[in-house]
Write a protein that binds this ligand. Structure first.
Ligand SMILES: Cc1cc2nc3c(=O)[nH]c(=O)nc-3n(C[C@H](O)[C@H](O)[C@H](O)COP(=O)(O)O)c2cc1C
Length: 202
């Protein structure tokens, strides 16, 4: 099959915090899978991995809030809502929030709107559950630019620290020789150029 997985990276997505409540505490998770799928009436689809606690909570309660994130969202919001589970964490600990009419939380993070949803249909898609929802309330909170997945990857997600190597780099092909001194007769194993084409790594 002629499938290039990088073609999927070109799909445009936004990023959202979906809030829910299990009857004891508020919870939220990060998703990129919110879409408006119909008009008249407006219906929204949200896909959530079945292994996430929010999936089970929303399946039972039938309600959720979509909080649309902006480009000002700090990485700490992703750490809080995206890298730990409400199964064993209180993700709202120390966080200011208000409530929408459905009683669910609207955290005071960089969200420019919220949309309260009620589940109309549910589809089991194997790894994920797809919730098809109607809107019970919605409000714009600010005019700040919405966050895209692409912006998150290039500007918010920390880059892995490049460990600085001590040595010499081949100006021709980029091969790195690690060490304090480069032997005069050294030949680049990649492009076969000699030591004179190497320069020290700054
Ligand atoms: C950038 C980003 C995008 C994510 N997108 C999704 C998504 O679309 N669907 C999903 O189920 N989980 C997604 N996640 C993972 C959940 O946010 C994460 O597993 C979370 O800890 C689940 O919390 P919960 O167990 O309290 O529901 C994403 C995480 C990040 C950081």
């Amino acid at each position: 099959m002629n499938i290039d997985p990088t073609a999927l990276f070109k799909l445009g997505y936004g990023l959202y915090v979906i809030t829910s409540n299990d009857g004891i505490k508020d919870n939220g998770l990060i998703v990129n899978t919110v879409s408006q799928v119909t008009v008249n009436p407006d219906r929204i689809s949200v896909a959530i991995n079945k292994s996430n606690y929010s999936h089970d909570v929303i399946l039972k309660s039938g309600i959720m809030n979509v909080n649309c994130l902006t480009i000002d969202t700090p990485f700490s919001v992703f750490e809080r809502f995206g890298f730990q589970s409400g199964r064993d964490t209180d993700k709202f600990d120390g966080l200011a929030f208000s409530r929408s009419e459905n009683g669910l939380a609207i955290p005071e993070i960089s969200n420019n709107s919220f949309i309260s949803l009620k589940t109309d249909e549910y589809y089991d898609l194997g790894s994920h559950g797809m919730f098809i929802c109607s809107i019970t309330e919605s409000k714009t909170l600010s005019d700040k630019e919405s966050l895209t997945y692409a912006y998150y990857h290039s500007n918010i997600k920390p880059k892995p620290e490049q460990k600085k190597k001590k040595g010499f780099v081949c100006r021709i092909c980029g091969y790195v020789y690690e060490g304090d001194e480069l032997p005069d007769d050294f030949i680049c194993p990649w492009c076969k150029h000699g030591a004179s084409d190497f320069e020290p790594i700054e």
